[in-house]
Design a protein around this ligand. Structure first.
Ligand SMILES: *[C@@H]1O[C@H](CO)[C@@H](O)[C@H](O)[C@H]1NC(C)=O
Ligand SMILES: *[C@@H]1O[C@H](CO)[C@@H](O)[C@H](O)[C@H]1NC(C)=O
Ligand SMILES: *[C@@H]1O[C@H](CO)[C@@H](O)[C@H](O)[C@H]1NC(C)=O
Length: 258
């Protein structure tokens, strides 16, 4: 039984939020799993190192996706919609990103994993050289001291990323079988470089648009400081949903081989 290989596939599902679940009622092609993933066991005293190693070894095989496993391509990851709609009272901002794609995740290097089995908590830390984001945005409100509005296409480069996936689970029993379900997924991201280009700001006023892009690119650290927790939470929602699509079909004992 390749249960622990499935565990690792699930681990990648957690990390990437890829839709790797088979159609309901159909078993995963478990015979394919160990072609892509090094097998780990939860009784392995070095389980965490094993998970890190497996993720790093598997990434080359899985970047393009594995159709027979229902594993979607990781390049790019698609986001239908991300909403950042609150903020401290003085900095009210509404930012919506639609039809966005994020390239670069498959170039990760996993550096550390923590698996707290009794506490139902998993953490995976990774470094990503850069993300390239493209999509459509709409903006209204104020960033720091800058009033801003507009909508249109955008692109962004997020460089030298240090990313920690922090996932909490609950446990449920169905037909006598235990499953985990993600109840909280935080996409805790820090980076050392950010460059954005929002087109068509201020109804296409080029001068104001250039000024606003330059302002954001100059002050991005302070801006991210304010909105980071919203990014962490909102991007996490996407990964949580897809994680749970997978978890609904994978019993705990297959996710972590006893
Ligand atoms: C997003 O993509 C869908 C499907 O391609 C399309 O119907 C929709 O209009 C797009 N939304 C935006 C804001 O571009
Ligand atoms: C990921 O790595 C490949 C191979 O080095 C490179 O061609 C590609 O541009 C990288 N992706 C991003 C978004 O940097
Ligand atoms: C990533 O960032 C966290 C928080 O700043 C830090 O504790 C950790 O050491 C960093 N990891 C790496 C590999 O740089």
């Amino acid at each position: 039984m390749l249960a622990s290989a499935r565990c690792l596939l699930l681990g990648l599902g957690l990390v990437f939020g890829v839709g790797l679940a088979p159609p309901a009622g159909q078993a995963a092609h478990t015979s394919e799993l160990d072609k892509f993933f090094k097998v780990c066991s939860r009784s392995d005293p070095k389980l965490e190192e094993c998970v890190v190693e497996s993720l790093n070894e598997a990434k080359g095989n899985i970047a393009k996706g594995v159709p027979s496993l229902g594993l979607e391509p990781l390049e790019p990851v698609a986001f239908r919609e991300v909403r950042i709609e609150e903020g401290p009272a003085d900095f009210q901002l509404r930012f919506v990103m639609r039809n966005a794609s994020m390239a670069g995740l498959a170039n990760f290097t996993a550096t550390r994993a923590r698996v707290d089995f009794p506490g139902r908590y998993i953490e995976v830390e990774m470094l990503v050289p850069r993300f390239l984001l493209t999509g459509r945005y709409s903006f209204s409100g104020q960033i720091l001291t800058l009033p801003i509005n507009g909508n249109g296409p955008f692109n962004a480069i997020v460089g030298s990323v240090n990313l920690t996936n922090r996932i909490r689970f609950s446990e449920e029993k169905r037909d006598g079988v235990l499953y985990w379900k993600a109840v909280e997924y935080l996409w805790d991201m820090n980076m050392n470089e950010l460059h954005v280009d929002f087109r068509n700001l201020f109804r296409g006023n080029k001068r104001l648009g250039q000024y606003a892009n330059a302002f954001i690119n100059r002050h991005w650290r302070a801006i991210y400081q304010i909105y980071k927790y919203l990014v962490t939470t909102n991007v996490g929602y996407r990964f949580k949903d897809i994680t749970n699509d997978v978890l609904a079909r994978v019993p705990l004992d297959e996710m972590f081989k006893p």
